[in-house]
Design a protein around this ligand. Sequence first.
Ligand code: NG1
Ligand code: ZN
Length: 528
Amino acid sequence: MDLEAVSKRSAFHAKPQGLILQYGTAGFRTNAQHLDHIMFRMGLLAVLRSKQTRSTIGVMVTASHNPEEDNGVKLVDPLGEMLAPSWEEHATRLASAEEQDLPKVLAAIVEREAVDPQQTAFIVVGRDTRPSSEKLSQSVIDGVTVLGGQFHDYGLLTTPQLHYMVYCRNSEGRYGQATIEGYCQKLSRAFVELMKQASCSGDGSRWVKVDCANGIGALKLKEMEHYFRQGLSVLLFNDGTEGRLNHLCGADFVKSQQKPPQGMAMKPGDRCCSFDGDADRIVYYYCDAAGRFHLIDGDKIATLISSFLKELLLEIGENLNIGVVQTAYANGSSTRYLEEVMKVPVYCTKTGVKHLHHKAQEFDIGVYFEANGHGTALFSEAVEARIKRLAQELEDEKGRAARMLASFIDLFNQAAGDAISDMLVIEAILALKGLSVQQWDAIYADLPNRQLKVKVADRRVISTTDAERQAVTPPGLQEAINDLVKKYKLARAFVRPSGTEDVVRVYAEATSQVSWDQSTDRVGNQGT
Ligand code: NG1
Ligand code: ZN
């Protein structure tokens, strides 16, 4: 490894003196102007990680649902997962090193992680549609090549597509072909197969309205729709031809504002969904005849999926261990419904998909979703092999259920939560069960809930435990929350420092909006 060459090249991507950024829940994220050095250095780090794991590593340039002027970067580990925690620390250290210290910090990582400098490295790069993304991804590639790494630049991709590519490349084709064509074909084939089984919807008349947040999701749906048109037509809104990325639209806007995106023509009963800016999140919604907006978030998506998978298992006669993973932000009604009605065990992890993903891997079938619509289902290798065998061996209804489950296994993106894949899963389940969007929504009633952001001098004074549901410090905060919450029926509230913004988040839910308004404001005041 030629560290002198790295130093020389780094001068073209010089770090602004004193700028310290941290590799957070979603990698690095800030205004795009401050990111050139970060990109170069993440190219370097990806090479080291690739050498150490002897696998292909992914680098995705995106800031997801953040405003268009922001950008960000995250590394994708060999099985399509988020970067391992110890390497997140290396990322922060490398990003914070002043120019003259860069070789030293690199050498320290090499030593600490026992990286073999002779090992080859292969990096795949993807980017979203932000104006800054192309140049920033070139800086990543600059970092990769100066350390002698090889690369493939996929150009424009959704975040979950890049995770898929990494997974495919490291599973020697067992998971699928590492091309856009391979992705489109794998998902569409499974989807069309499922739609043939749906009595009322296999005739090509099914459609859904999609708000693409003026982002990459629009491009990728246009590229893919002819593969699955037989089963579903997608009517695209906010496709990036006019509006700004994530501006008054997209999954994050719809979920946090609990109202429809701008630019979407909605008639009562229309089934609509929104992707976020890099198409790894999805939420559904509709308006009723009285014009009232109804949001169907990640919790209801998880409920629909896990209930359906459980039904299929019952039909096949397989007793597999299925679990649902949520975070503290999951609506209490969803947890109660899953545990008490569906009898599915529910687990709560810290916020951030890597925590949910890891927990979900513990089950034969693990379904995980954040309330904001980021999630997927994971199937253990043994389960996948068994179901695919049963799909060939069994006959009649059992065989039909096994073949459906086998198709669902292919339809889920098991590398990461994926708005396109999730949309096709949901559309297939609704069609197979003959459920309208209103019937899906009526599975249970969400408890009224709200989130606040509170600016504090130093958000790190708040530390939490019990999957972020209890505050440990500052002293007295949790007791104060407990006192407030016990005054309201089925009320729940918690505070935690955000991992992606310099704020403290306050969440509260209760049986009525009035009690919510009182309790959230009061809990929020505890935080100031
Ligand atoms: P923070 O800022 O740590 O709350 C937010 C989301 C997470 C996750 C990450 C990554 C909420 C409450 N939090 O994390 O769910 O999506 O961003 O993008 O939605
Ligand atoms: Zn996203």
